[in-house]
Design a protein around this ligand. Structure first.
Ligand SMILES: [Zn+2]
Length: 268
């Protein structure tokens, strides 16, 4: 009796060990396959030219154009002007759909602004007022991970202003994208000195509201991305820009480009 029990016991141990070994082999193989798959998709996306598109001037409207941008199926960065009717709702919805949010901070321009902005950085403000305006913007749109300038041809040329902006962005751990609305902009270099992650717009998509022009600008962005690995384009929340993107994104993907967020191509 004890002999039989002993044999049964040994057999049970043997089969348990065998089962464990099979499980380890299966688990190991799955782990290996998963790691390989991850590595190959990462290296494939690194090698593809990367197009980072920012769409400016969200916050004013809530219509089919906004819905269209929210339906794009590639990574995009959306810049929202603070203080408008739809600013915070749009930012929340876009963020929930996986888009990256920037504060599109109005800054003083050499030209007279078309619209009066509720929050704007001007050279007549002191550092306390500039800080309050920036903090109010990020308080209204907490989804934002960075900032770019709306207008700002005058403000971005002023070192002391950009230095204050840089200090606040550093403290709040936010990035800065220079829209480059002035050829004399000092924004990127000054803000970078504050150890803030920065980048700048390479090409504007839609300075002219003409379909051919916008398509051509997108081609230029793609060509630059191919040449240097990535390119940053800025467009606006307008119908024609949306239509061109809806039409051209599938073609660009087919031709080996991929789309990325601004935060992925900073400091390059
Ligand atoms: Zn703007």
């Amino acid at each position: 009796m004890s002999f039989v029990n002993n044999r049964l016991f040994r057999e049970r141990i043997f089969y348990n060990a065998l089962g464990g070994l099979v499980l380890i082999i299966i688990f190991g193989w799955i782990l290996f396959w998963w790691t390989e798959k991850g590595q190959s998709s990462t290296s494939a996306s690194i090698n593809k030219p990367c197009i980072a598109i920012v769409i400016d001037d969200f916050g004013y409207r809530n219509d089919h154009i906004v819905d269209g941008f929210l339906s794009l199926e590639v990574p995009m960065s959306y810049a929202v002007i603070p203080g408008h009717n739809y600013s915070s709702d749009f930012a929340r919805e876009a963020h929930s759909k996986g888009f990256e949010i920037l504060i599109h901070m109005p800054m003083e321009s050499h030209e007279k602004l078309e619209r009066v902005e509720p929050l704007i950085l001007t050279s007549s403000m002191n550092s306390f007022e500039i800080e309050n305006a920036i903090l109010a913007a990020f308080h209204e749109i907490p989804e934002a991970v960075g900032m770019n300038n709306h207008q700002g041809s005058k403000a971005t040329e002023i070192n002391w202003m950009m230095n204050i902006v840089g200090g606040i962005l550093k403290r709040e751990n936010l990035y800065f994208l220079d829209s480059r609305t002035s050829p004399q902009t000092k924004a990127e270099e000054t803000i970078k000195k504050n150890q803030v992650k920065t980048g700048h717009r390479n090409i504007f998509l839609d300075n002219k509201e003409e379909r051919n022009y916008i398509e051509n600008q997108l081609k230029k962005i793609a060509a630059l991305a191919k040449a240097q690995g990535f390119a940053i384009g800025i467009g606006h929340a307008k119908e024609l820009t949306l239509e061109v993107l809806e039409k051209k994104i599938p073609e660009l993907l087919k031709n080996g480009y991929h789309f990325c967020l601004v935060s992925e191509v900073l400091d390059k």
